[in-house]
Design a protein around this ligand. Structure first.
Ligand SMILES: [Mn+2]
Length: 419
């Protein structure tokens, strides 16, 4: 038996307002979530899978109009024609209270209950799929806790849209623990909600497949579904299948050893060539950032717009690479070191080192960020907001980055003020 597990299709997500940028390949970006969803169905049919399971957030939100729903029904109908059953739950983005329209589903598709855990048995496959969707956007109960134990005679899959046991800066959606999931005796937990693919456990398998298409520049790398192969009632293979049509990538270039602008541009061009190869036939969207204390700093900053245009020009020549954003974060070589020995800088630096090494001290600051986060719109807090990486705010990693950046900023400001 083969199962194709996907989640977070986010059909018709506007993809991070990218289309607002000058020169953006608007049509390709706008259609990306639909094309990736078509690839999901293409894969199911080509691989002759036995069932497709979707763990929530099929839609990005309420349909703009019926075309969003009609598109999805069209894809389900292709699977229906191929004789492939589909089991779906809703998530926070497409909770029953959010999507106001509905259309009749094809006979192959089961949308599990939002009110209680529902067990769907597919007799031909000796398969049970257990799941519960979201009645409303915010679900703070541990839904999995109420899922029934596995029927020992069936291969049982649990479907759940969840933030699992949470992370700092991540609101709890249907929170639960690996132990709770394990206690049910299921063979595979098909999760959704976290957009980065992650295999949480292998006994039993607990998998976030990630979304099928990155939605903005921080959702980088391959995106797709997970193909699960079962033999004699046991999972024997779990493979990531890329489905994305637009591949987001970060392109950070350290210009420390580069003498001039030409050398920097040449290096960026090389990186674009590598990105081109990694992306295959997809459109590659690169967020370019130049860092380092570089001899080329003055020349780059003399005409930052000219440099940005040059990078975009190089991207165009790389064929199907689009430079979404170009950030200059270089500094003058030498200057900074002069200030590292400054008395005030030394004191601040020592405090930063102390904070970085003492998580307890950082917690105090994380608390202040919590207050900030509660002031953000609910949508932003859920991770639905595209412009701010709100999920990272207050994480230890984020705080450590802020500390490092503040040290560099102080030194840069001193250096700039001295010239
Ligand atoms: Mn979600």
């Amino acid at each position: 038996m083969r199962i194709l597990h996907a989640a977070d299709l986010h059909i018709d997500s506007p993809l991070g307002g990218l289309s607002a940028y000058e020169g953006a390949p608007v049509d390709e970006i706008r259609g990306a979530t639909r094309r990736a969803t078509e690839h999901l169905v293409d894969t199911a049919i080509a691989q002759e899978v036995d069932v497709v399971v979707v763990a929530g957030d099929v839609f990005d939100g309420d349909w703009r109009d019926y075309s969003t729903g009609l598109f999805w029904i069209g894809q389900l109908a292709r699977l229906n024609d191929a004789g492939i059953p589909v089991v779906v739950i809703t998530g926070n983005h497409d909770a029953a209270s959010i999507v106001s329209q509905s259309l009749t589903l094809p006979p192959n598709t089961a949308l599990l209950s939002n009110a209680h855990p529902e067990v769907l048995v597919i007799d031909d496959l000796d398969l049970a799929v257990v799941g519960q969707g979201y009645a409303s956007r915010v679900v703070t109960d541990d839904l999995a806790a109420a899922y029934p134990p596995a029927d020992p005679g069936l291969f049982t899959i649990g479907l759940l849209h969840t933030s699992l046991d949470g992370r700092p800066g991540h609101d709890a959606y249907a929170p639960t623990t690996v132990e709770t999931l394990r206690s049910k005796g299921y063979k595979y937990w098909g999760l959704g909600h976290v957009h980065q693919r992650e295999v949480i456990a292998t006994d039993p398998w607990i998998v976030f497949p990630g979304n099928v298409q990155g939605r903005h520049s921080r959702e980088t790398g391959p995106k797709g579904a997970t193909l699960v192969t079962v033999e004699s009632g046991q999972v024997v293979d779990v493979d990531a299948i890329p489905l994305d049509v637009v591949r987001f990538t970060t392109c950070e270039v350290d210009a420390s050893d580069m003498r001039d602008r030409d050398e920097v541009v040449g290096t960026v061009a090389q990186r674009f060539a590598e990105i081109r190869v990694e992306a295959g036939s997809r459109l590659a969207v690169a967020r370019v950032k130049l860092v380092g204390a570089s001899p080329a700093h003055e020349e780059l900053w003399r005409d930052p717009h000219g440099f940005e245009a040059e990078v975009r020009s190089v991207a165009q020549q790389a064929d199907r690479v689009w430079a979404e954003k170009v950030t200059l974060a270089t500094s003058r070589p030498g200057d900074r070191d002069r200030f590292r020995d400054d008395e005030a800088v030394t004191a601040i630096s020592a405090r930063i080192t102390q904070l970085r090494g003492t998580p307890g001290l950082l917690a105090e600051y994380a608390g202040e960020l919590d207050a900030l986060r509660t002031k953000l719109a609910a949508d932003a807090r859920s991770g639905g907001h595209d412009a701010v990486d709100t999920l990272r705010i207050g994480t230890p990693e984020h705080l450590a980055e802020c500390l490092d950046a503040s040290r560099e900023l102080i030194i840069a400001l001193l250096a700039d003020g001295a010239t």
